[in-house]
Design a protein. Structure first.
Length: 429
């Protein structure tokens, strides 16, 4: 039997149909599985084939809407794309108890992104740092010449910073180009500018520029969100204390902080996916920011105020856009933005920060009171029932029995389906 090889020269040049046929042969896909990959949902295969390389199909995730959100005094329906059960319900419930006093407040520091230019081969990096800063205006002029449209809209390169960084191979000079990207995420504009100014920086310093790329630690593009949750809305001061104690665990222990921040990202990334954002950049920036002081910490803080109410705040990078990229190409991302009704990238960032804070509260409240599994298990049980082959009314019956008996397992679901199906057949006779 001939050994299969993943070495397929020119695979990217083939048509989508040809690529799919080769993959089907390689993996032994059935005709039904091939048809599933070819199914056109809300992303046309032709568009998918343009968006990335080597496309053989599309994959859908649930698109949901979280309700009850009042952010900066305005009502929002929040589109969320996520595969994890209970997240959307938790966000909606959290938003419901956060509606007093205008709801969740959020502000951003502006759409500033950082382009990094690495300069190597300098004997005197600290001195050359000063030389770079001396030529700041010349560097900015050259950067802005690359994107006159962005400059016309009020954006463009605004500042130059320079740092000497000690690395494993000695000191290097890192030049930061600070760019106002307006309503874009900004990667393309920033990278183009960084590459354009590199020859000038080489000429100024006598060094050799190496990497020239955007930084996803967007600490000049922060979102800050804060909210007061009244004690009577959540069961009294005992619950407030329990939530603050749960946060204190995350503040003290990076193992807990990682899961704490994951709860925040459940909300943030679900909105990012729905609106076609670069969610990997958002995630990377968030976790890097959480460790900016040399120790990984929670992105939020929960406290009890003088009246015994719960007050929460969150600060994190939020590099998002409403123009360019998948945001404009993917039809569902366009619909999601329309549902949100946001007019600027800044407004989108504020909404996403608010959702992250609400999601974090929901997780902490569940953990500190009834435990995370109670609400989660109901939806999880339904998923297990479907995976085991349940359909129609049988899904809820199987899920309910598994919950009542505390046995939410795939094998038990299959056993129940077989048993209930036989009972149904006997009943018909």
């Amino acid at each position: 039997m001939q050994e299969k090889s993943s070495r397929i020269p020119g695979f990217y040049k083939l048509s989508l149909e040809e690529r799919l046929r080769l993959v089907a042969d390689f993996a032994g896909l059935s005709g039904e599985e091939v048809e599933t990959l070819k199914k056109v949902g809300n992303l046309d295969l032709k568009i998918a084939d343009i968006m990335i390389e080597n496309v053989i199909g599309t994959m859908a995730y649930p698109f949901a809407v979280a309700v009850n959100f009042l952010i900066n005094g305005r009502d929002y329906l929040i589109p969320m794309v996520i595969e994890e059960s209970s997240v959307v319900a938790a966000a909606s419930n959290a938003a419901r108890v956060m509606r007093r006093d205008g709801g969740i407040r959020a502000r951003t520091t502006g759409p500033l992104m950082i382009g990094q230019i690495q300069v190597l081969g300098l004997r005197d990096p600290w001195y050359q740092r000063m030389i770079v800063l001396e030529h700041k205006e010349e560097i900015l002029d050259l950067a802005n010449a690359q994107d006159p449209v962005l400059v016309k809209l009020g954006g463009g390169a605004k500042d130059v910073e320079a740092r000497v960084v000690e690395g494993p191979r000695g000191p290097m000079l890192i030049v930061h180009l600070i760019v106002d990207v307006r309503d874009a995420m900004g990667a393309n504009a920033v990278n183009t500018m960084a590459e354009a100014v590199s020859p000038l920086i080489e000429k100024i310093t006598g060094g050799r520029t190496h990497l020239r790329i955007i930084s996803n630690l967007a600490d000049k593009r922060l979102v800050r969100a804060w909210v007061k949750v009244y004690k009577e809305e959540i069961g009294g001061e005992n619950v407030v204390d329990a939530i603050v104690d749960a946060w204190a665990f995350a503040a003290a222990d990076p193992y807990r902080a990682a899961t704490h921040n994951k709860g925040i990202m459940n909300g943030v990334i679900a909105v990012a996916l729905a609106t076609g954002q670069d969610h990997r950049a958002i995630e990377a920036g968030a976790h890097a920011y959480a460790a900016k002081d040399g120790r990984y910490r929670p992105l939020s803080v929960w406290e009890k105020d003088k009246d015994g109410n719960l007050v929460g705040s969150l600060e994190m990078p939020m590099a998002v856009g409403i123009v360019g990229g998948a945001t404009k190409v993917h039809p569902v991302a366009r619909i999601a933005l329309k549902i949100l009704g946001v007019k600027t990238a800044t407004e989108l960032a504020e909404v996403m920060g608010a959702v992250g804070l609400a999601q974090n509260f929901a997780a902490l409240r569940a953990l500190a009171t009834e435990g995370i599994q109670k609400g989660h298990m109901k939806l999880h049980a339904r998923n297990i029932a479907v995976m085991a082959g349940a359909t129609g009314e049988l899904v809820d019956r199987v899920a309910q029995i598994m919950i009542e008996e505390g046995k939410i397992r795939f094998d038990y679901a299959k056993e129940l389906i077989e048993k209930l199906s036989k009972e149904g057949e006997v009943g018909k006779n």
